[in-house]
Design a protein around this ligand. Sequence first.
Ligand code: HEC
Length: 121
Amino acid sequence: MRIRLIVGSLVAAVVCGSGAFAFNNNVFAPKSVKEVMKVAHKDGLLKKVLGGSASEEEKKQLLDLYIDMVEGEPKKGDKTEWHMAAGAAAVSAAKVVLGREGAVDELKKTSDCMACHSKFK
Ligand code: HEC
């Protein structure tokens, strides 16, 4: 009886543990530049942040995505220039999270679609 209880809770712990892992994996796995474009830009997250209606969580989500963008591979272009362009957007997103003055205006400039696409897409 006692043993079954222990085995039962062990199984439960393993199942819950792997469940939590799967969840973490899903949320925090690095995203490709393509995926970042979809979630941050196509689905409107950046727009929300620039418009001032994003929650603290959403601002952090944008920063999280932009970190993956910096570490990701552009379709074309020079890697060092990519790090500077994508890095500038990530720094702006971090400033927005911190609530620094002028951060949203800076993000508007560093997230310019065409400027970046003409070099790296
Ligand atoms: C810092 C650079 C950068 C900025 C800023 C940027 N993009 Fe991109 N974007 C890219 C790169 C690089 C690709 C190509 C990704 C690939 O195909 O691997 C891309 C691809 C895309 C795609 C195609 C994704 C797909 O599924 O093939 C869309 C849509 C897109 N961007 C939307 C936007 C919009 C909208 C903005 C402005 C709000 C924007 N991007 C700003 C770098 C950028």
